[in-house]
Write a new protein. Structure first.
Length: 203
C-alpha cells in the first residue's frame, strides 16, 4: 500500500491531500479532505487554492438516507457526472456560501442519523453520489476520495474540489509541484488505489 499510504496517513490526521488520475475528466486533479475533518479552514483552503466546485462525495446509501437523488438519472443528455441536487443545512447557516456555512452543511449531512429533514435545497454544497463499486467501478476522484477515507478510517464521505491554475485552466501534474511543496501535501494517484482495490489485493 506504499503508493497511497502517505495520503491515508494525511487524511487520518485531518489534512488536505491531492487526488490525481481521474479517468473521466481528462486528468483533472482534486483537493480532498475527509468530510469529518472539513472545517471552515479546510473549506476556505479548497476555495482559495482549488477554485473549482466544492463537492461532498458520498455513498449511495447516505444519499438515499438524505433523500438526494441524481440530478439526471436517465441516460438522455447525460454528462456522466453523478451530481445530486445541491444542499444546505436546514439550521446553523446564514447565506450558506461562507466557508463556515459550507462546513456546517457538510457536518450536518454526514451525521449518522441525518435525514432529508436536516437539509434544504438548493444550496451551496454539491453532492456527488459515488458508484457502489468505488474506484473499481468508476475510476474517478469522487470514488477515490470515498475509498481513501474509508481505508484511512475517517468515515465514508469526502469533500473534494477541482484544482484550477491561476489562469483559469485546469491544473495538470506539472502544475502542482509548487502546491505540494508549499503546503506539504500528500498525493494519491487513482491507479495506485486501483492496484490495492482489486479483489484479493493486499490491504
Amino acid at each position: 500500500m506504499s503508493g497511497v499510504q502517505p495520503a491515508l496517513d494525511a487524511l487520518a490526521r485531518g489534512e488536505v491531500i491531492i487526488v490525481t488520475g481521474d479517468r473521466f475528466r481528462r486528468g483533472d486533479m482534486d483537493f480532498c479532505v475527509a468530510a469529518h475533518h472539513a472545517s471552515a479552514d479546510a473549506i476556505n483552503f479548497l476555495a482559495t487554492h482549488g477554485r473549482g466546485l466544492i463537492c461532498l462525495a458520498m455513498r449511495q446509501d447516505r444519499a438515499e438516507q438524505l433523500g438526494i437523488s441524481l440530478m439526471n438519472p436517465s441516460t438522455e443528455r447525460q454528462s456522466g457526472r453523478p451530481l445530486g441536487r445541491s444542499i444546505e443545512a436546514a439550521e446553523g447557516v446564514t447565506t450558506g456560501i461562507s466557508a463556515a456555512d459550507r462546513a456546517q452543511t457538510v457536518k450536518v449531512a454526514i451525521q449518522p442519523d441525518a435525514t432529508s429533514e436536516h437539509i434544504v435545497s438548493p444550496g451551496h454544497v454539491f453532492p456527488l453520489i459515488t458508484a457502489p463499486g468505488g474506484v473499481r467501478e468508476r475510476a474517478a476522484a469522487a470514488e477515490a476520495a470515498v475509498d481513501l477515507c474509508q481505508r484511512a478510517g475517517v468515515g465514508d464521505a469526502a469533500v473534494i474540489c477541482a484544482i484550477m491554475r491561476d489562469d483559469g485552466e485546469m491544473a495538470r501534474p506539472a502544475d502542482i509541484a509548487d502546491l505540494v511543496a508549499r503546503f506539504g501535501l500528500a498525493v494519491a494517484n487513482i491507479d495506485d488505489l486501483l492496484e490495492i482495490a482489486e479483489p484479493g489485493a493486499q490491504r
